[in-house]
Design a protein around this ligand. Structure first.
Ligand SMILES: C[S@@+](CC[C@H](N)C(=O)[O-])C[C@H]1O[C@@H](n2cnc3c(N)ncnc32)[C@H](O)[C@@H]1O
Length: 248
């Protein structure tokens, strides 16, 4: 099968950026879904406060923490994390956790971040961002008049370093200690269970002490296979937070 991405942007969705990318087969009759770019701000909304407070406490005696965001899509998730830190924590904590290294296999996604492409933000998301940022939505986003598109402020872009990257191979560039790896809501697209297991083994073997992996609700619920078993086999241990695993 030729991996020749084909876009489908026509499907209607409540997501701020809904896009599907298919592999075009040689006979052109069936297009296999490679991945979706769907994302939004503070996705899995109950996660963030407990997760980030957990990290702040865990790393309280560590001077620098390396934060990676694989499968970052258009940046909505890493920017959520950045807004949370900028609104709720001291300068010292911000400097410890930021900037976020954001990676995605999709050129268009990375291009959106690096060209400061405006975000289409729904009212629901505006409320959610306000909830998590001490009502700072207007500090972080400026409306483009007569549209529901918003330009993100440079303070957000100065805290993100976005590049093309594939978790299959680029796990090798992760700092081994004191790292947090977000890899959320894309594991079901790696269809072959053996391939997923190999990536998880490689990631776990690469990481050393004080390192964590954060997965998404879609990863836990979104398919027939159980990522929990695969994570355990690879050497990640469940924590008290549902989406968070620790390298053991
Ligand atoms: C459904 S989006 C999830 C975005 C964001 N993490 C979230 O949870 O809202 C999946 C993203 O993962 C990316 N992706 C898929 N496979 C990947 C891989 N092997 N390495 C890095 N990114 C990948 C896709 O390009 C897409 O942007």
């Amino acid at each position: 099968m030729q991996i020749n991405p084909v876009n489908n942007t026509n499907n209607c969705s409540f997501k701020t950026w809904h896009r599907e990318v298919f592999a075009k087969s040689y006979n052109l009759k069936s297009h296999r879904l490679l991945y979706r770019n769907d994302t939004n701000f503070f996705r899995d909304r109950d996660l963030w406060v407990k997760l980030l407070n957990f990290f702040i406490e865990k790393f309280q005696n560590i001077p620098k923490v390396n934060v990676y965001h694989f499968g970052c899509s258009d940046g909505s998730e890493p920017l959520s994390l950045i807004m949370y830190f900028l609104s709720n924590t001291t300068k010292a904590i911000q400097e410890k956790f930021l900037p976020v290294k954001a990676l995605d296999i999709d050129k268009e996604a990375i291009n959106r971040i690096n060209t400061k492409f405006p975000y289409k933000i729904t009212d629901i998301e505006i409320n959610r961002i306000n909830d998590y940022t001490e009502n700072n939505f207007n500090k972080f986003f400026k409306n483009i008049p007569s549209t529901d598109n918003y330009k993100a402020d440079d303070i957000l872009y100065s805290n993100i370093d976005a590049k093309l990257g594939n978790i299959k191979t680029d796990y090798k560039n992760i700092e081994k200690n004191n790292s947090i790896v977000f890899a959320r809501n894309f594991w079901p697209y790696i269809e072959n269970p053996k391939d997923r297991q190999i990536i998880l083994y490689n990631l776990a073997n690469h990481l050393e002490s004080n390192s964590y992996l954060v997965i998404g609700e879609y990863d836990i619920r979104g398919s027939q296979w159980t990522i929990e078993d695969q994570l355990r086999k690879a050497g990640f241990q469940k924590t008290s937070i549902r989406n968070l695993y620790e390298k053991i």
